[in-house]
Design a protein around this ligand. Structure first.
Ligand code: PBG
Length: 335
């Protein structure tokens, strides 16, 4: 008998061998639990006034500010590789900034033009518009301020709602309020619905932390606060239960999807929120997370593409239904 010839002593008595499922690429592929796909990503773009402009951002190697004509070409390139969602941020020249961020609600401003042109060029691309005042205010805060420099919640809501309505009118599929004012999701929903934009979605930055990881983004937009910090509206990095409170509120107020931000350092938050709500939850892998990897890669210390793929996979594994990331274009060919 064949069995008689086998000396059982050849193997140690190891009851379970997880390594068997890792023996070959084919088997590893079969048992892989999480996969990245181009349709997971929302790629942020920085739009600047002018024509034929490609302006590098020193603190974000590989990322540029584009004028609308170039933006269309760059977005089309990604669209052809499977990217189906982008998010727009605009750079506002200093002379157009004021204390109330009036430029945000001027008809036919840069944001609205960019949305309209993209939707005309690529109708089934999902175009998201960032809704917040910080690129537009002379003081760099996300809301209107009073004479003491305090951010005025309720006064800010009208501007955010009008900004959202103008984005919807321009063709935005989804508005993404990133300001962290209380009650803005319900108010924006009410305004959009009243104006007939019942199909325009709201992706609420629900747990947006007062984070040092946003530095390079503020360089890109020249939007760093001119005084103080954002701690009276963005969340304390020490808090998790507060994020659940925000998430439940935003779900109740009518958000279609939620966003946690930053990404990698806040995976516990993402995971908790995912378990607590019944709407999709995404993560924003932010500028600082991107730039740290690029800086280390420039020194030859790490492989940026591999680190990005692993980072984004980890964010998805933690529960993200979608990921905002500057790194998507770099890893598409690896997927
Ligand atoms: C502003 C806004 C910020 C980011 C997205 N929207 C910065 C801030 O709150 O100061 C950060 C994105 C990034 O760092 O990539 N409403």
């Amino acid at each position: 008998m064949l069995l008689d010839e086998i000396s059982l002593k050849q193997s140690k008595n190891i009851p379970s061998r997880p390594r068997r499922n890792r023996i070959s690429p084919s088997i590893r592929g079969l048992v892989q639990e999480t996969r990245l796909h181009p349709s997971d990503f929302v790629v942020p773009f920085f739009v600047v006034e002018g024509i034929n402009i490609i302006s590098p951002i020193d603190s974000m190697p590989g990322i540029f500010r584009y004028s609308i004509d170039v933006l269309l070409k760059k977005v089309k390139e990604l669209y052809d590789k499977g990217i189906r969602a982008i998010d727009l941020f605009t750079i506002v020249p200093d002379e157009k900034k004021d204390a109330r961020g009036s430029e945000a609600i001027r008809q036919y401003n840069l944001l609205q033009c960019a949305i309209a042109e993209l939707k005309e060029y690529l109708p089934d691309l999902c175009v998201m518009a960032d809704i917040a005042l910080d690129p537009y205010t002379s003081h760099g805060h996300d809301g209107v301020i009073n004479e003491h420099g305090s951010i005025m919640n309720d006064e800010t809501l009208d501007i955010l709602a009008e900004m959202s309505l103008l984005a919807a009118q321009s063709g935005a599929d989804i508005v993404a309020p990133s300001d962290m004012m209380d009650g803005r999701v319900a108010y924006i929903r009410e305004v959009l619905d009243s104006a007939g934009y019942v199909n325009t979605g709201i992706c609420a930055y629900t747990a947006k932390y007062a984070s040092a990881f946003y530095g390079p983004f503020r360089d890109a937009l020249y939007s760093a606060p001119r005084f103080g910090d954002k701690k009276t509206y963005q969340m304390n990095p020490a808090n998790r239960r507060e994020a659940l409170r925000e998430a439940l509120l935003d779900e109740k107020e009518g958000a279609d999807m939620l966003l946690v931000k930053p990404g990698l350092p806040y995976l516990d938050i993402l995971c908790s929120i995912k378990q607590s709500v019944n709407i999709p939850v995404g993560a924003y892998h932010v500028s600082g997370e991107y730039s740290m990897v690029m800086a280390a890669a420039e020194r030859g210390w790490i492989d940026a593409e591999k680190v990005f793929e692993e980072s984004l996979l980890s964010i998805k594994r933690a529960g993200a239904d979608f990921i905002f990331t500057y790194a998507a274009p770099m890893i598409l060919q690896r997927l």
